[in-house]
Design a protein around this ligand. Structure first.
Ligand SMILES: *[C@@H]1O[C@H](CO)[C@@H](O)[C@H](O)[C@H]1NC(C)=O
Ligand SMILES: *[C@@H]1O[C@H](CO)[C@@H](O)[C@H](O)[C@H]1NC(C)=O
Length: 520
């Protein structure tokens, strides 16, 4: 079944490679189980209560100018402990866009209550309706696909809805079938709880609402140990598919932005308190925060090791120079969820143009990005082996690949084996915010879940990736290896969507890496 799913995720020439990966993984898992290996990333069957596999994550952002004090020892237990209430730390944006806050409570009996509040605006100031979902969750096994994650199964017993205004009711009436379970939408009264779904009813109304709890399919809990500040716990649940039609049956392989434990969160967090105290009848109304003007200048880095759908662990490091309209993005790729085993680094650079304020996500701004140069540095032998074996003219200097030495892919117009083809352009959505320390954060558009590229205006993202943090206002010089020599007028705009190629790179490299492991 896993093999079949993997095959569907890809297309064309990569499918057979993927199938190979899954078979090898399967073999690896069987082998590990048979020998009692303690490889935490390899599932060894359902959990037993005695499992205590804890990974120690020591990752720190590679940002030498960083003012981050968020350096902490991070652990992630397998299986995760979910008991307690977990809340949004900000107004969340889902593809669509949808704006919401969440408060999820898990009980030791495996029952959960998931309270979601939906809003009409990107600041979560105008509540439209709230959904209260009750159900049961069963943790199954460590994920085969997303290392460090745990697969779970859920069962929904009830979904209730409360609308918060007549306008919100009108919008729902236009989207939903005229009656849902016992509820005739036209007669719905704001502020009153109605049943939208129970185990005896079909899912028609939930589907029309785009509702699903598929996010419960992939779970990870991280604990940050912050010395005398105490600990902070974060709950990562599965990603929401960027395509509306896919979201109700999408099996997540990446995560949404985490919820924080109501008892162990980063202080101060005014939003956490509001969300924690909310109920389906009393949705939290978030205060209007200061909206910083969009100033891209400087260097922005990931705050943590990020997990992307389809086996991608990476950190990002961007530098923008608004005077030159130029940018550079460095994507550090890893084999593991702690970002401790580097595989390769991809450096892309080019130019950008700032567009209009977004009509869909207020406070966000549209951009067009052009990539004019891509360099790849292989950081382990399997990657070198794969790239070194490509035919001349297809992927950098054939036979010239070495560990730790960057190859420029521009002369070969990309890299066929990696699916990098030049030229290319991407339509983006950016937003800046301030974090709890009033430090600027940059949100860059979410990548399409299917691995494609937002290469047309209508594919422009409507939600965001994990925020990047500004290294320092004062030291915003372009970073190391930043090439300022090119002139936007001369360069024929080129290269592929960096993220898509990254995704393809990993699918291909992934197969090489794992086949290599199997040999040992
Ligand atoms: C798990 O193991 C760690 C270190 O090996 C230990 O400190 C901790 O108490 C254990 N936790 C449980 C629940 O057994
Ligand atoms: C890369 O290929 C060249 C030419 O085939 C070979 O001489 C070299 O040893 C290879 N390098 C690595 C690291 O495999």
């Amino acid at each position: 079944m896993k093999c079949a799913e993997a095959g569907n995720m890809s297309s064309g020439p990569l499918s057979h490679l993927l199938r190979g990966v899954w078979l090898l993984w399967f073999w690896q898992a069987v082998f590990a189980a048979g020998t009692g290996s303690k490889l935490w990333e390899v599932p060894t069957g359902p959990f037993t209560s005695s499992s205590n596999l804890s990974e120690s994550l020591q990752w720190e952002p590679h940002c030498q100018y960083s003012h981050l004090q968020d350096r902490a020892r991070i652990t992630a237990d397998l299986p995760p402990t979910l008991d307690g209430t977990w809340v949004s730390t900000r107004c969340e944006v889902r593809p669509g866009p949808e704006f919401l806050t969440r408060s999820y409570t898990f009980h030791p009996t495996r029952h959960f209550q998931a309270l979601q509040h939906y809003y009409t605006d990107s600041g979560c100031e105008d509540p439209a309706y709230s959904l209260m979902t009750r159900g049961k969750l069963r943790l199954r096994q460590a994920s085969w696909i997303t290392r460090g994650g745990t697969e779970a199964e859920h069962h929904i017993s009830k979904v209730g809805i409360v609308v918060h205004s007549l306008a919100a009711k009108q919008r729902l009436v236009s989207r939903l079938p005229p009656s849902c379970v016992g509820l005739t939408l036209g007669r719905m009264v704001p502020g009153k709880l109605y049943e939208l779904y129970n185990t005896r009813a079909g899912r028609g109304c939930l589907a029309a609402l785009g509702f699903s709890m598929m996010e419960m399919g992939l779970i990870r809990v991280e604990t940050q140990h912050r010395g005398h500040e105490g600990k902070v716990q974060e709950l990562f649940l599965g990603d929401i598919h960027t395509e509306w039609t896919q979201r109700t049956h999408h099996r997540p392989t990446g995560y949404q932005q985490p919820l924080q434990n109501a008892m162990h969160h980063i202080h101060p967090c005014p939003v956490c308190a509001l969300v924690y105290r909310s109920s389906e009848q009393r949705p939290p109304v978030l205060p209007r925060g200061p909206v910083p003007s969009l100033a891209l200048a400087g260097r922005w880095v990931s705050q943590r090791c990020e997990t992307r759908p389809t086996i991608l662990f990476l950190t990002r490091d961007f530098t923008f120079d608004p005077d030159q309209h130029s940018w550079e993005g460095v994507y550090h790729h890893y084999l593991d969820a702690a970002c401790s085993q580097p595989t390769f680094t991809l450096r892309a650079s080019g130019h950008y143009a700032q567009g209009n304020p977004s009509a869909k996500v207020s406070g966000a701004t549209e951009f067009v990005f052009k990539v004019t140069q891509v360099g790849v540095t292989a950081l382990d032998q399997p990657t070198v082996k794969l790239l070194n074996g490509t035919r001349p003219g297809k992927c950098g200097r054939a036979g010239g690949w070495e560990v730790g030495v960057e190859q420029d892919l521009t002369p070969t117009d990309g890299c066929t084996v990696l699916g990098i083809k030049l030229p290319h352009k991407e339509y983006e959505l950016f937003k800046t915010e301030l974090n709890h320390r009033k430090h600027p954060l940059l949100l860059i558009g979410e990548r399409p879940t299917d691995g494609s590229s937002p290469d047309r205006p209508q594919r422009r993202p409507t939600s965001f990736q994990a925020p990047l943090v500004l290294c320092s206002g004062g030291e915003s010089q372009p970073s190391h290896r930043y090439r300022s020599g090119f002139n936007s007028k001369q360069v024929q705009l080129a290269v592929s969507g960096t993220e898509q190629l990254v995704q393809l790179v990993l699918l291909v490299l992934g197969s090489a890496l794992y086949s290599c492991f199997c040999v040992y």
